[in-house]
Design a protein around this ligand. Structure first.
Ligand code: R5P
Length: 296
C-alpha cells in the first residue's frame, strides 16, 4: 500500500503512514504563478493500492482540485485502486436543497470523485448519516466519538452531554450509550440562512454542574459560544466542548480562546496551524483509526 498526501494535512498523512510502518510516497506538486497546479507521481505505482490523504478545509476548492489531480495522476500511472481519505469532507453542509434555487454541492463533489477514479472514500463524522447515500462509491464513515468517550470517562461526575442543535441528537445519543447512558440535553437552535446568525430558544433536558457540548464541526464558533452562554445562564459551572472538525474560520480561535469555555477538544481531521491554536485547545488524533481501517 502506498500513502500519498496532498497539501492540506501532511502531518496527519505522515502519522497514518507511520502507523502503517511506511513513509509517504513522493509527489511533485508544482504551482503556476496564477495558482493552477501540476501534479506528478514520482516512483512506481503500477498494480499498487494507493491512498491519498486530503481533508478539504481550508480552502475547499483548492484542496478538492488538488485531490482530483492526484487521483488522476495515480490512475494514469497504473494504480490498482485509489482510496481517498478525506477526514473532513467539504461541502457536506449543502447535502440537499434547503431553499428553492440552490445547488446540491455535495452531489457535485460525489460525482467528480467517482468520475475521477476514486474507489473508496474514508471520512469522519459526516454532518448527516444520509450522506453516504449520495455517493455511488463506497464511503466508509468513521467517527471520533470513541476517542471522545475515552477522554470524557476521565472527567468528573455530575455531567450532562449537550447537543447544540436538533441535528446532533443521533450523535449525542450514541455518545451517551458509549458512556453508560450519561444524561444528555438538546439545545433548540435556529440559524438564519441569509445572515448566518445563530439564536437559541431554550433546552430540552436537565443541566448539571458540568456540561459537555458535542458537535461535528466548529466553524465561526457561534454555535458553541451561544450554547455555552445559554448553559451558563441555566446554572452550569463548567462547559467543555468536543468537536471533530476544527474548521476554525474567521476569528473563531480568538473567540473560543476568550470564551468562558473550560477546554475545547477537537481532532486533527483538519490541520490546525500554530497561529490558530490557543491554550484551551486540545487536539486528539484520528490517525490510528484511519490506519486500522486501511489495514482491515
Ligand atoms: C450545524 O448544524 C453544525 O453541526 C455546526 O453546529 C455548525 O456548522 C457550526 O458552525 P459555527 O461554528 O459557524 O456556528
Amino acid at each position: 500500500m502506498k500513502i500519498f498526501s496532498g497539501i492540506s494535512n501532511k502531518p496527519l498523512a505522515e502519522k497514518v503512514a507511520k502507523k502503517l510502518g511506511t513513509d509517504l510516497s513522493p509527489l511533485e506538486i508544482h504551482i503556476f504563478p496564477d495558482g493552477e497546479k501540476r501534479v506528478r507521481v514520482l516512483g512506481k505505482v503500477v498494480g499498487e493500492e494507493c491512498v491519498v490523504v486530503q481533508p478539504t478545509s481550508p480552502d475547499p476548492d483548492v484542496n478538492y482540485m488538488e485531490l482530483f489531480f492526484i487521483v488522476d495522476a495515480l490512475r494514469r500511472s497504473g494504480a490498482k485502486s485509489v482510496t481517498a481519505v478525506v477526514p473532513y469532507l467539504g461541502y457536506q453542509r449543502q447535502d440537499h436543497i434547503f431553499r428553492i434555487g440552490e445547488a446540491v454541492s455535495l452531489e457535485v463533489v460525489a460525482t467528480l470523485l467517482k468520475w475521477g477514479g476514486v474507489d473508496e472514500i474514508i471520512a469522519f463524522d459526516l454532518h448527516s448519516i444520509k450522506i453516504p447515500e449520495i455517493f455511488k462509491i463506497k464511503l466508509t464513515h468513521l467517527s471520533a466519538l470513541p476517542i471522545f468517550a475515552k477522554e470524557i470517562r476521565r472527567m468528573g461526575n455530575d455531567t450532562v452531554l449537550v447537543s447544540p442543535d436538533a441535528g446532533g441528537i443521533r450523535r449525542i445519543k450514541l455518545l451517551s450509550q458509549m458512556l453508560n447512558n450519561m444524561p444528555y440535553a438538546v439545545i433548540k437552535k435556529d440559524r438564519d440562512l441569509v445572515t448566518g446568525k445563530v439564536t437559541v430558544n431554550g433546552i430540552n433536558g436537565n443541566v448539571k454542574e458540568n456540561a459537555i457540548i458535542v458537535d461535528d464541526m466548529i466553524s465561526t464558533g457561534s454555535t458553541i459560544v451561544t450554547a455555552a452562554n445559554l448553559l451558563r445562564s441555566k446554572g452550569v459551572k463548567n462547559v467543555y466542548v468536543f468537536a471533530t472538525h476544527a474548521v476554525f474560520s474567521q476569528d473563531s480561535p480568538k473567540i473560543l480562546g476568550n470564551s468562558l469555555l473550560q477546554k475545547v477538544f477537537v481532532t486533527n481531521t483538519i490541520n490546525i496551524p500554530k497561529e490558530k491554536q490557543f491554550p484551551k485547545l486540545k487536539i486528539l488524533s484520528v490517525s490510528e483509526m484511519i490506519a486500522d481501517n486501511l489495514k482491515a
